[in-house]
Design a protein around this ligand. Structure first.
Ligand SMILES: *Cc1c(COP(=O)(O)O)cnc(C)c1O
Length: 487
């Protein structure tokens, strides 16, 4: 199992190296040269989440010792997840919802990020690397907190997170600004997520900065989904959820199901594509976007065009125009044509668009939900299905319904539920008809809990008393200065 850059100019590397480096040296993303096979599905039907996780990790990272991976999975998913149930599947209005938000920061990013510090530690051991690790991350809201939570107080590691000052929810912001741990730095950026992400990219490529890191003996890595160590753990829950639906009698083993994924950086849905390629019986992969609907155009017309303003929506973790992981999909769909992938990525940087005429996109359906559809979906699921979802999940539900109608496809469908509704209380409360005008965030949270009879998650309640530890907000051109001071 080797990893190569999607743009094809570097050498193939082993898993441990791909994990430590994050981004390949030519600016491309590491992809496994060939995806492993799941083998006989009957053999994984009886595995619990942790056993399955170890099995999949071993397939992707054969050069990491199995006992270490077992230990990592045990620790990552034990301490902060709700008991045995790492994920939950709930049924409402005829569809199944895969709840991935029962980790410490209440969004699906925990599923992979809880494991990442352990994978990095094991990779460091394997490589014999004794440098300090610098994790540099741009966040649209949830990656930041999940990464901070995972890496806080980790030895020989520093973590720096940039978030768009006006592009995250109140709870997301508070979660990050109250982060403890002397090895953490959180900085707001005046601008949107694409600005923060582009800023982080240019810091990573900056010559002076790289000399500085070399002098100080740091190895830079990434907690964003450009890192394969983010992607691989995300394949596990698709496989597990499918098997769970079989065990519950919802489907027969081998029956095709559709999956609808609320999509931003294209990491989560790419993991579903990986699972399908590995042999999981999946039908359509429904790529659900919000008003930032560049991916919808891509799947409908094979055109990727980011020449538009980024819109701030009620699903901020999907307010993205440059979906990094789409590059990996292009690699597979062009049959590993790395030269073509490199050309398209350069065109995107230069012209803000590219066309990919010759590829077959039939695994996917692309659609988007505007704010009205999001509110309507939240309301419908709550009033008719007695089920409360967050705005991201509502996007996936809205687009699923549109797909079903358009294609008359009655396959069982799994909607990926990516965050607790309490992380986005304002939109959720107003969608179900609560009057929240003029109320401050914690009053809205209480009103939402009171009116729905649901419990306010403890990790949100706790934020009330926590002191603010990070208060910096900078212009885009001053992002690097903050790290230099910190290091
Ligand atoms: C990150 C995130 C998404 C988008 O996932 P990608 O892997 O970036 O496509 C959707 N919903 C929530 C709540 C998220 O945090």
């Amino acid at each position: 199992m080797e990893y190569i850059s999607s743009r094809g100019q570097g050498k193939a590397v082993v898993g441990s190296k791909a994990i430590l480096e994050g981004l390949a040296a030519d600016g491309g993303l590491y992809v496994p040269k060939a995806l492993p096979s799941l083998g006989n599905l009957k053999d994984i039907l009886t595995l619990n989440y942790r056993q399955l996780a170890v099995k999949i990790l071993c397939k992707f990272f054969p050069n990491l010792p199995r006992e270490k991976l077992e230990e990592a999975v045990e620790k990552a998913y034990k301490e902060s997840f709700e008991e045995e149930e790492i994920i939950k599947i709930k049924k409402s209005l005829g569809v199944s919802f895969l709840e991935l938000y029962h980790g410490p920061t209440l969004a699906f990013k925990d599923m992979a990020l809880a494991l990442l510090p352990y994978l990095i530690r094991i990779a460091k051991d394997v490589e014999g690397l004794d440098k300090e690790i610098l994790i540099l991350t741009a966040t649209s809201g949830d990656t930041g907190k999940a990464a901070l939570n995972a890496f806080a107080d980790e030895t020989d590691t520093k973590i720096v997170v940039y978030y768009p000052e006006d592009g995250v929810s109140q709870v997301q912001k508070l979660q990050m600004k109250t982060q403890e741990g002397d090895n953490t730095l959180v900085v707001g950026v005046r601008g949107n997520f694409d600005h923060a992400q582009t800023g982080v990219k240019s810091i990573s490529n900056d010559k002076f900065f790289n000399e500085f890191l070399k002098d100080k003996d740091y190895q830079m890595s990434s907690a964003n989904s450009i890192n394969v160590a983010r992607l691989v753990p995300q394949t596990i829950y698709y496989i597990y959820a499918y098997m769970e639906m079989v065990r519950q009698g919802e489907i027969e083993l081998g029956e095709l199901i559709n999956i609808s994924v609320p999509t931003g950086n294209f990491g989560n849905i790419l993991a579903a594509f990986y699972a399908k390629e590995m042999g999981l019986p999946l039908g359509k992969l429904i790529c659900a976007s919000n008003d930032n609907n560049v991916l919808t155009e891509f799947f409908q017309e094979k055109n990727y065009n980011i020449r538009q303003e980024l819109i701030c929506t009620s699903s901020p973790s999907m307010d993205i125009l440059i979906s990094s992981n789409l590059e990996r999909l292009l690699y597979y769909l062009s049959d590993g044509d790395q030269i073509q992938v490199r050309e398209k990525m350069l065109a995107l940087e230069r012209d803000g668009k590219y066309e990919m005429a010759g590829i077959n996109l039939s695994d996917f359906y692309g659609g988007f939900a505007d704010e009205r559809m999001v509110s309507q979906s939240i309301r419908e699921l709550y009033q008719e299905g007695n089920y409360l979802v967050d705005p991201h999940t509502a996007v996936a539900y809205g687009v699923y319904k549109e797909y079903k109608e358009e294609w008359s496809d009655d396959k069982k469908t799994l909607i990926v539920s990516t965050a607790s509704p309490f992380k986005f209380a304002g939109k959720v409360a107003s969608s179900i008809g609560l009057n929240i005008e003029g109320m401050e965030e914690f009053a809205i949270l209480e009103s939402l809990a009171h009116n729905t009879g649901l419990q306010l998650p403890a990790n949100i309640d706790l934020l009330r008393g926590k002191p603010i530890r990070h208060n910096k907000v900078v212009d885009r051109q001053n992002m690097m200065e903050e790290i230099l001071n910190f290091l």
